[in-house]
Design a protein around this ligand. Structure first.
Ligand code: GCV
Length: 646
């Protein structure tokens, strides 16, 4: 939306001509620039260049394809919207990853697993005949932030989406998205040859199974000539997979990859493989499964790895697979929907979380081997690269449930395009485009956003604690969750609190998950003096009176972090209240109400967790941490009902 402030009007009234077009159609213009390598721009890169043409001041948005011109145009609009100086532009922008996709965990019945923004936007029942205007808005919004693909269906997959009945509907969406450069992908249920194909096996080495997939893929391409490919969750949380036939993940992935190769399609094969039956630390299992398969995947397979080894916790160290599979392109999977971070009501700017992971040095090939370099393929010269974001989009009028949820969608797109872009910069851009260029608003709202990730870590899982949330719905605190049918879904499995201390020992004296990292990381994290305190209880089990760098005991430090998280949410609330007159009433009121919920829930987390852990520490709360309002029984007996997204 264009802003009509006076200084803006002045700048667009100047005598500048805007030209949008490819170099091939603009040879005169192209002759005025000598520093552009059009080959390097590829199909998606663009330039925005100020120049003199026929004696006139000109801005040229150039690129080799319509898609590139679209990206360039959106970038130019961003410059206008954020009131940048456009008098002398010299911008070259090339996406650093190839496949930049949203993953929708949307079911055919329109429920959304871990979705907190209403129902699925895919109205399957009315497709293919009714194209909701929202689909176009969706495509435009995604194109505006550089996203070039969408996986329409849940990784907990339903084979029906591969039937002709659904493929017609998928084709209608693909036709709608195509002008915006968005390809569609589907999730492939590994047992589909049995469920919808009538075969009695889904063994990836069986000829009939390979033939079934070859034919199924040919059929899909008849409906959708530029179909992107498949995303697969196999051998995980009850999903079928190659393990059912004693085959490897590579054998499973390659079967699909071969079917897709004639059509230039790809397979995104998830590394989220773990089992309660495996008697090893869950954090180690994906590495154990995949590392030996390095180099064994077909060229059109990306192994899709979550940012951390457990599951999208408020904070996790980077996944040890990053850096461990140089022969295989690894794709990043971030979760935009906030399953473990306050779901639809907490303001948590995930740009900070994404940036922290991408900037981390894995030391895989010496210093400087950042996760970003692995994800963009530059460390090991992979031409295929990608980033996936589990979508937070639904039918809610504001798309994401929380107004600030849109910032996380935006941040994902921007970091997928350029994994080195700064979170602060992204927050600022998003605020200016979403709420306007009022400096006080931008300064204060940016401050809120940039401290929000640390705040949620503090009031949920400080100092490396993890997976201590409510059972199944994952909402609110649940450090007491224990004795369930899966040990690796309980909280006690992860925090290991007892009278002797707290934390998961992942050093050599414990599960030795640390051995999966490069030596530099192992040394740094196993030594208590150099282990970053933010990961302390992820890697170490320590006594309650262990002395922290601050001089506090571990118990006091945990309590003070919970308290700090609560105070940070109070600060966010006050920042928002102080800009009341700078935001329209509707958005102001909703964000205010949500911040109040967040603040109350931060107190809930603090009080419930501290009362629970206090049973083991047997220590008083330090000064500055108030006594909880209720007893531990009260918190343990409080069971939120009908939490969305399950
Ligand atoms: C789609 C977690 C979530 C599940 C999700 C799974 C996954 O376990 O709780 O809802 O399933 O991750 O990423 O496959």
């Amino acid at each position: 939306m264009l802003d009509s402030s006076p200084e803006f009007s002045t700048s667009i009234q100047s005598e500048t001509t805007l030209i949008i077009g490819p170099p091939k159609q603009l040879p005169d213009l192209n002759a005025t620039v000598d520093n552009i390598s059009w080959d390097d721009l590829g199909k998606e890169g663009f330039i925005i260049q100020s120049l003199q043409h026929n004696g006139k001041s000109t801005i040229w948005i150039g690129g080799n394809t319509d898609q590139a011109l679209l990206y360039g145009t959106f970038d130019f609009l961003k410059l206008l919207q954020t009131h940048q100086d456009i008098s002398s532009l010299n911008i070259t922008s090339i996406p650093q990853t190839k496949v930049r996709v949203l993953n929708h965990w949307d079911n055919p019945d329109r429920t959304v697993e871990r979705g907190y923004a209403g129902s699925s936007i895919w109205d399957w029942h009315r497709l293919p005949d009714y194209i909701k205007p929202q689909y176009l808005d969706y495509a435009r919004a995604n194109a505006s932030i550089g996203i070039n693909g969408t996986v329409l269906t849940n990784v907990n997959a339903n084979a029906q989406v591969l039937t002709p009945y659904f493929l017609k509907k998928v084709a209608a969406l693909a036709d709608t998205f195509r002008p915006y450069g968005i390809k569609v992908y589907l999730t492939a249920r590994f047992s589909a040859p049995m469920e919808i194909g009538g075969l009695d096996t889904a063994d990836p080495l069986n000829d009939d199974v390979q033939k079934w997939w070859d034919e199924k893929v040919n059929e899909i391409y008849k409906h959708i000539p530029d179909f992107g490919g498949f995303l697969v969750k196999a051998d995980s949380e009850g999903q079928p997979g190659p393990q059912n036939y004693n085959r490897t993940q590579a054998e499973g992935a390659n079967m699909l990859a071969k079917a897709l190769q004639p059509h230039q399609g790809i397979v995104m094969w998830r590394a989220f493989v773990y089992s309660n039956e495996t008697p090893d630390d869950r954090a180690k299992q994906a590495y154990n499964e995949f590392k030996p398969l390095d180099g064994k995947f077909e060229d059109n397979v990306l192994v899709q790895v979550k940012n951390g080894a457990i599951d999208f916790q408020p904070r996790e160290p980077f996944h040890p697979l990053f850096g461990a599979m140089p022969e295989t392109p690894l794709m990043m999977e971030f979760q935009i929907t906030q399953e473990y971070l306050g779901q639809g009501t907490h303001l948590v700017f995930l740009g900070s979380l994404f940036e922290e992971v991408l900037d981390t040095d894995t030391y895989a090939e010496g210093p400087g081997s950042t996760v970003a370099k692995i994800v963009d393929g530059s460390l090991d010269n992979h031409s295929l690269s990608g980033m996936a974001g589990v979508s937070n989009i639904g039918t809610d009028r504001n798309w994401t449930g929380h107004q600030f949820g849109q910032a996380n969608w935006y941040a994902f797109g921007k970091l997928a395009w350029n994994p080195r872009k700064s979170a602060a910069n992204i927050a600022q851009e998003w605020l200016r485009m979403t709420f306007g260029n009022d400096e006080e608003l931008v300064t204060k709202a940016k401050r809120m956003m940039l401290q929000s990730h640390e705040a949620v870590v503090n009031y949920m899982t400080p100092l490396g604690l993890h997976h201590i949330m409510g059972w199944s719905h994952h909402y609110g605190p649940g450090p007491w969750v224990t004795d369930k049918h899966r040990d690796d879904w309980t909280s006690t499995y992860y925090h290991q609190a007892s009278s002797d201390g707290i934390g998961f020992d992942r050093t050599a004296s414990g599960s030795n998950a640390l051995s999966q990292y490069a030596l530099e990381i192992q040394r740094k994290y196993e030594d208590l003096d150099s282990c970053p305190e933010k990961y302390l209880l992820w890697f170490h089990h320590l006594p309650w009176d262990y002395k922290m760098k601050s001089g506090n005991s571990l118990w006091d430090e945990i309590a003070l972090h919970y308290q700090m998280g609560v105070e940070q949410t109070q600060g966010m609330l006050e920042d928002w209240q102080s800009i009341k007159d700078h935001v329209d009433k509707q958005r102001y009121d909703q964000v205010l109400a949500f911040l109040q919920i967040q603040h109350n829930e931060a107190k809930w987390w603090r009080d419930a967790c501290l009362l629970y852990f206090q049973q083991f520490s047997q220590k008083p709360l330090p000064e500055g941490v108030p006594q909880p309002e209720f007893t531990l029984d009260h918190y343990q007996n409080f069971k939120p009902l009908f939490v969305p997204g399950i």
